[in-house]
Design a protein around this ligand. Sequence first.
Ligand code: ADP
Ligand code: MG
Length: 988
Amino acid sequence: MINWVFKKILGTQNQREVRRLTPLVQEINRLEDGLRPLSFEELRSKTSAFRERIAQGEGVDAILPEAFAVVKNCCRRFTEEKRKIRVRGQEIPWEMIPFDVQLIGGMVLHSGRIAEMATGEGKTLVATLPTYLNALTGKGVHVVTVNDYLAARDSEWMGEVYRELGLTVGCLQHGQSQAERRAQYACDITYGTCSEFGFDYLRDNGMATTPEDQVQRGHFYAIIDEVDSILIDEARTPLIISGPVTVSTHQFDKYRSSIEGLVRKQNSLCTDWANQAKEKVEAGDLPGAGRLLFKVKLGSPRNKLLLKFMEDPGTRRAIDDAELEMYQDTRRTELYKTKEEMYFTIDERNSEADLSEMGRKFLNPSDPNFFLVPDLITINHDIDTNAAHSAEEKLKEKQAAQANYEEASQRIHNISQLLRAYCVFEKDVHYVVQENKVIIVDEYTGRLMPGRRWSDGLHQAVEAKEGVQIDRETQTLATITIQNYFRLYEKLAGMTGTAETEANEFKDIYRLGVVVIPTNRACVRKDADDLIFKTRREKLNALIEEIKKRNAAGQPMLVGTASVESSEIISRMLRRENIPHNVLNAKYHQQEAEIVARAGERGAVTIATNMAGRGTDIKLSPGVPELGGLHVVGTERHESRRIDRQLRGRCARQGDPGSSQFYISFEDDLMRNFGDSRRIAGLMTKLGMEDNEGLQHPWLNRSVETAQKRVEQRNYQIRKHTLQYDDVMNQQRTVIYSWRTEILTTEDPRKEVFETVDEKIGAEVEARAGTDPVDLDGLVHWANTAMPLGLQKEDLQNAGGKDQWKELLKRRVREAYELKVKFENPEAVKALERYVLLGAIDRLWQEHLYAMDGLRTSINLRAYGQKDPLIEYKREAYGMFEELMERIKGEVVLNLFRSASSLSAFEHFLAALPQRTGRGELPVQAQPTEASLSMGGGKAGAVEEALAPMKRQGPKQGRNDPCPLDPNKKFKNCCGASGSKVCFKVAA
Ligand code: ADP
Ligand code: MG
């Protein structure tokens, strides 16, 4: 009450914000009045005048009222002249002049916040205001849309304004060439989807080998349309560019059939229990039945009989009681025992699978420990305390134990992913199989996501289950989370109809405030209470009846579903009733946009997953308002309240009439997993729900909402978790990417090369000088094997101390390098130097990413051992990164003399090395083979393409090819060197 009074007096924060901006609205409108007498030419000239002022140092904020007025005036002129604009092949007359609330929305976007504006309020137009203003700086404004179709549509539609005012507009589309993309980014304004922007960033920074390969030109200001779907829903799957790994470690095919057997065993076990439970129920022993069914839930959560029992409030409560009891701390051992009575357990909520002793025995009767992670700590302890073994033996034993541990982890990981694939991931719900490929279905939107893959081997496990071609195991070549991509922007803004429920997350993670903008006209939508049914069947039957009734009256309906599967079920039922309808699954954006646009016509029935046709306006046709406007039905409450609000928001736009209602049942996933069944069952008895009719009560709505809040909280934690891990990667990525950019853009790559080489020399000298006695031999050996320096021990002995050694080495390297450069094609030298650095960075960084993937997997196993996995992860990741930097330096040193623009340049250099160089022996991985001579072998797929211009500038030279100096011998042993060494032969 007090809160209410308080709000009334002071106005909520939102209202205050809106009120604060109102004087500016008046100012814009006044300025716009003043623009009316101008000629179009004069209006256009404002753009260059603004640019001039910005060049003189004036801030964009100061220009805002005038710039917004110019855009508004331009819209007025278009409206007055009824300008026709070609949008996606259709002529659309322009008939919009920004309303005052739209001007406010534009200002909120300009200030780097999220504007929550209901569907149909014209956010597309709102974005033009801050976009125009900020594009005046020339730094490039990015407008991010949810799909390619909308990017094209909006850039054509709104592009008319920008172009008229003298700005350029570009649009990214999937499949554009590098040159095309570059041209789009070069425009003042670029429209595109978040994947296009994000992948371009990864390619620019992780793969481009020349500045010309890069397409983006910075991250100044981005406006994200449907910001919640991008920053929240999509944020769970990071953007990954991957390529096949050279060695495959997975064993999914190997274990597939035994896992199938295991799952079959478990299923029959669980069905037995469920049947016993049935007997117990009949005998009146509810608690006993509850305990049995709880076991079924642990072992086979999607068991048919179990699902039946879950519908019944009585047995449902018994199951919940049994569960509650078992999870009490005092019952730990009992829970453990229960778990040991089956082959494995499945945690549906956290989608995890765990093998039990029984399961391990089934899979490998002779050695159940085969599927147990060895206890490395104890093993190492035992090795250490074994007095009978020498230090050397102990080291060997430890190495063997470590290898064994890694192998076992891998094996267990494979098994557990297979179990998840079989028991948690359902075909046509979580994924579909098309053309021999497993394609993920986005659980939020029902949209197919071709090209995306579950990480961590899960995708291959599902491929194994479905018996489709298991894609070669891929490794990450470059990756970034959507969160971290958008954090790159100096200024970020977003708009959506539904941001408020997630305001905290926007604030915490993106530092984005949310301002709710009032609608232009009051919303008159009627939201009915949810209708709750016991079973899904009853629910769907009632739903079809409702559709029949309203359809007979001619009222259009939009039926929102949570999955492609349920869209299809409803469609089938409607077909049986001969009710014509359209089904949209967000597969064909353009086509579906056209269908959705007509969803407000008399008698239309449109079934859509919630992403389908998003961004398309549903206008009512004549006569429909009298019927009550568009009626929206949700066939299921979504995990997130936000998605439900989105669905509701599809009707009653701009003051139209409209209504909405959700149909739910106890069999819905949300209710099964997160519903507080006890309370609801209690309520139902109290409210007298005994028969098959749906029940409606505000209390029930609240219970459902509680369940949703619970899931939202959990999903937020998951996203936060992903982000915490990615933050570690992000720091490392920033270091590597900025180093790369430096190398790409510097005019003097040689300086970079020598800085790196000098650091390595410094580190080597320090390491050898730090031992007692000083390891001069080691230093000489290192220098001569890594580089053709022909260093003698006496040279060092004569030189003095370690500082002099460093100087001597640095000087020798430079002399040798100058000699090498003499034989190079002068035009190739810079590229070659860049390659020396990039080749090392890219190869090792990708190896590092692979290792980090491995770390991510193994770190979760440690969660069992009392350690905080995140802290462990950070600590180890830091160590690995330091190691990576050292290895890169080492590789640069090795690359320096082994990269040549052609073999003949290389031969001449070898021949010209002075006599004193003698015979340096080179480790085999450093031999001048294809990898170094051809400048960038060893990588596949996308990277290979990216490197294409750099590749193969020299002829191939393998270890078994003839030696360039002595054609009678093979290269690898032309002067008697053998085994793991090849010679750096110098002509005498
Ligand atoms: P949103 O993205 O907010 O859901 P859209 O940008 O798709 O809304 O616009 C919805 C409809 O409103 C479009 O048909 C558009 O032409 C119309 N519209 C937007 N702004 C105005 C305006 N100021 N005056 C008249 N119609 C407008
Ligand atoms: Mg929109």
